[in-house]
Write a protein that binds this ligand. Structure first.
Ligand code: HSE
Length: 433
């Protein structure tokens, strides 16, 4: 006889629907593999009239969250509402009442993970959030189980499907950012308000969670230098490709000594890097461990069923422990007791695109100032085409050898004060491997 595990689900949007469908699809398989009869018994649904393409018995729905949080029969709460509040308060209440919590909520975990983890610890229950980072990819489980024997020294992730789709389509079809965004919105790949995705905020939440689990330190999304893809143009993409690079929005963090450097920004990646071939809406996470060496995880970072797969994986993991009466396992990394500190941006190779007047003496002025700051130029190239919208200007692109961002910005500031450069159009890190 299978042991019954009762789950209360908060929210039935995309992720909730996918979780429900994945359980319907694979309930018997899960039962055969684990001896567990997992059932979603109650669902918080404030719009029960909405057709979600699944058949849920009406008595499972409630509009009252307390009916779920106070139900003594419910073992696990799956929080799938999204947003920081009221989701955090619901999770805190569930943990305080001795219920295990699974969530897909990156914003709430990035903002309140330590508080929720400590509540879980105090109440001897489990908190899991695999679906919060890179959707269906089991990256957090891998970091916190199979890779525990490693010191992970760096992580680079394509953590946002919307922006990867936009950059891929710009690169493959030469379309403009605006054109691809509009097309993605029409096809439902991009949100009507794409700000959190295109400005890198969604990726910063996910990187914040990865940094805490990999390095055992807190790097709140606000502390992570973050830039999205709105400044990436077809000129950048074409130049990068000719020079042997792909432009990807990366969330990166790397340990050097007792510091962890990290940021979210568009980066020029050598085409030989495995992440360079991750296209369209797919996500990937690349880690480097001192024993395992390089590892890359690839998959769908969003979508009902892939995200539902991650939510269910967490539910099954907790259920197996409930069955063995040992359902308590704190994630040690969330204690934040590592001696490392988060230091923001470090030094790197950089790509800079400038709009410059087409006249003599320009290069001399620019290279002299880079020289004053001890910044060495690897590649310099002037485009033949005029800058769009200004017949007097052309694009000048440089790739600079390793330098600190702060020093680079100072040099560019000085260059801008001369008449050699009209404007700095884009600055991107260049990744080496
Ligand atoms: N909006 C996210 C993306 C998916 O485009 O990848 C949810 O995290």
């Amino acid at each position: 006889m299978s042991k019954k595990i009762k789950v209360g689900m908060l929210g039935i949007g995309n992720v909730g629907t996918g979780t429900y469908r994945a359980l319907e699809m694979n309930h018997d398989l899960i039962a055969a593999r684990t001896g567990l009869d997992i059932e979603i018994v109650k669902i918080l649904n404030r719009s029960p009239e909405k057709d979600r393409g699944i058949s849920v018995p009406a008595e499972k729905y409630t509009a009252d969250v307390n009916e779920i949080l106070n139900d003594p029969e419910i073992d696990i709460i799956a929080e799938l509402i999204g947003g920081i509040e009221p989701a955090t308060s619901y999770m805190a209440e569930a943990l305080s009442k001795g219920k295990h919590v699974v969530t897909a909520n990156k914003a709430a975990i990035a903002a309140n993970g330590p508080m929720l983890a400590s509540l879980a610890q105090d109440n001897k229950v489990m908190l899991r959030f695999e679906a919060a980072v890179a959707g269906g990819i089991p990256i957090l489980t891998s970091i916190t189980t199979a890779l525990l024997s490693n010191e992970l020294t760096q992580v680079h992730g394509i953590l946002n499907g919307t922006t990867n789709y936009i950059l891929s389509q710009m690169s493959m079809y030469g379309k403009s950012y605006e054109e691809v965004l509009k097309d993605a919105q029409e096809k439902g790949f991009a949100e009507a308000d794409p700000t959190a995705d295109v400005e890198g905020l969604d990726a910063a939440n996910k990187l914040s969670i990865l940094i805490s689990l990999i390095f055992g330190i807190s790097a709140s999304p606000d502390a992570i230098p973050t830039r999205g893809i709105t400044s990436v143009s077809n000129v950048d993409i074409a130049f990068a490709e000719e020079a042997g690079y792909k432009i990807k929005l990366l969330g990166s963090a790397e340990r050097k000594g007792d510091k962890v450097y990290g940021n979210v920004e568009p980066v020029l990646l050598p085409v030989s890097h495995p992440l360079a071939s991750v296209n369209n809406e797919f996500n990937a996470v690349f880690v480097n461990g001192n024993a395992v060496d390089e590892l890359m995880f690839y998959g769908r970072g969003a979508g009902p069923l892939p995200t539902g797969s991650a939510v269910l994986g967490d539910i099954i993991g907790i259920s197996k422990r409930i069955d063995k009466e040992s359902a308590y396992d704190n994630l040690p990394q969330l204690r934040y007791d590592s001696p490392l500190t988060f230091a923001g941006e470090g030094s790197s190779k950089y790509y800079v695109r400038m709009a410059v007047p087409e006249k003599s003496g320009i290069l001399g002025k620019i290279t002299t100032i880079f020289g004053e700051y001890d910044i060495s130029i690897e590649v310099i190239r002037q485009e033949a085409d005029k800058v769009e919208g200004d017949e007097q200007l052309v694009s000048l692109i440089v790739i600079l050898f390793d330098t600190e961002k702060k020093k680079l910005l100072e040099a560019l500031d000085k260059i801008l004060k001369t008449d050699a450069v009209h404007s700095i159009e884009n600055i991107m890190r260049v990744e080496t491997r």
